[in-house]
Design a binder for this molecule. Structure first.
Ligand code: HGY
Ligand code: MN
Ligand code: MN
Length: 416
């Protein structure tokens, strides 16, 4: 195995430097996709990749590819993640994967190491799905799961479309998203859960991603005066939502390993002396087994109607995202495992509770992921933290997995 070593200090310095782009008072990042802050960090990434001699291309979903040529012209091995964050995001979710990819390219460049295949560092647009739902939109278009026209017309809560926001920051490239074959894709990410830390393991060898589904519900009652309207004559949409939210939590607790959450709610008109006439909310449900998720989805649909009909509420309910469970490619998984073991790190196989771009990219290219622990398993939280050593370990394993896979490609490419 090569003795190439990433520069831990430089990686950490760039993590802290980019964390200032959208940095919050509590030490997190608010850098929503396709905002001017997203443009600033994209410009930062492009400038540093070009300074390495990489050619940076952008597709029509804003996905960015920083290419370092290899010795042969085969589809590149891609490494990367996302630079957008949650509104109260942390310093590591997504950005660690992109900056570690940049650091891997820089390490190869400084060593003058020539890979067999080209290597590309990738930034995927709108992984979080916070501003424009659902999540992983660009990688979903790349994998031909979402139609580009559907993705472009997704709107944020102000009615701005994905396309208008992408144009506003000047990052809609010429290449059709997906017209970009890859030999493989590797993604480094913080675990965003407690397992690695609890077990004292340094690296997660990620073998897959659990299934996940999002639903939108609008309950319609009747605005009314809170003082003059008797309790029995109300059509209180917020009461209906409250009872559904309680049931969602119960569904999440019913099956081992399942999770169910309502994280977004809009109460209208949201005035203290108006009985709420309309409530919009979203439901996020996940489980490693699609069949269990089918049962959870059925229970949710039943609950919504059972609760709302007696309250006289109208219901508009739809599933907007259906991401089946993912199993990553065995050769990529083996490359991650060998990369970790040869670097001397303890490992644990695991599937991801969180969604990642690799989940979609794995539909069109062999893929796997590398996890590092995060403190207390906390993520999607401004207190999210992984240490310099943990970030460096992940970046080193990412580099070694890529070199391992590159050797696999070279072996296959050699005439038998
Ligand atoms: O929703 C997810 O799991 C990811 O953080 N977008
Ligand atoms: Mn992420
Ligand atoms: Mn996230």
């Amino acid at each position: 195995m090569s003795n190439l070593a990433i520069n831990a200090e430089r990686l950490w310095g760039e993590l802290m430097e980019t964390a200032a782009i959208g940095g919050t008072a509590k030490g997190g990042i608010c850098r929503l996709t396709l905002t001017d802050l997203d443009r600033q960090v994209r410009d930062w990434f492009k400038a540093r990749a070009e300074a390495l001699g990489c050619r940076v291309t952008v597709d029509d979903m804003g996905a960015m590819f920083a290419r370092r040529e290899g010795t042969v012209d085969v589809p590149p091995i891609a490494i990367g993640s996302h630079l957008d964050t949650q509104p109260t995001g942390g310093k590591f979710d997504g950005v660690l994967g992109v900056l570690a990819a940049l650091e891997a390219l820089r390490t190869l460049h400084e060593a003058g190491y020539q890979t067999y295949a080209p290597i590309e560092a990738v930034n995927w647009t709108n992984e979080e799905g916070s501003r424009f739902s659902p999540a992983m939109v660009a990688s979903g278009v790349f994998a031909k799961v979402f139609e580009p026209a559907w993705a472009e017309q997704r709107t944020d809560c102000d009615g701005t479309t994905f396309r208008a926001a992408l144009d506003a920051i000047g990052y809609r490239g010429a290449q059709h998203c997906g017209d970009h074959p890859l030999s493989a894709f590797f993604e480094l990410h913080i675990e965003q859960g407690p397992i690695l830390e609890a077990e004292g393991k340094e690296i997660g060898v990620v073998t897959g991603v659990q299934a996940m589904r999002w639903f939108e519900a609008t309950l319609t009652g009747q605005d009314a005066h809170t003082g003059a309207t008797p309790m029995g004559l109300r059509k209180n949409a917020l009461l209906g939502a409250a009872r559904v939210i309680e049931r969602v939590d119960g569904i999440g607790r019913a099956a081992p390993g399942s999770v169910a959450t309502v994280g977004r709610i809009d109460n209208r008109p949201n005035s203290p002396n108006v009985v709420p006439g309309e409530v919009f909310f979203m439901v996020d449900m996940r489980h490693p087994d699609d069949a269990v998720l089918d049962r959870m989805e059925a229970a949710l649909e039943t609950a919504v109607h059972e609760i709302c009909e007696p309250l006289g509420l109208g219901v508009a309910f739809q599933k907007i995202w259906h991401q089946p469970a993912v199993r990553f490619n065995p050769d990529c998984i083996a490359a991650v495992r060998r990369g970790a073991e040869s670097a001397g790190f303890s490992t644990r196989d695991m599937i991801s509770g969180a969604g990642h771009d690799a989940a979609y990219v794995s539909r069109v290219a062999p893929a796997a992921m590398v996890f590092v622990p995060c403190r207390g398993g906390i993520s999607h939280n401004e207190a999210e933290f992984s240490s310099k050593e943990q970030c460096a370990a992940g970046a080193q394993v990412l580099l070694q997995a890529v070199l391992d896979y590159d050797r696999q490609l070279a072996e296959r490419g050699r005439p038998r």
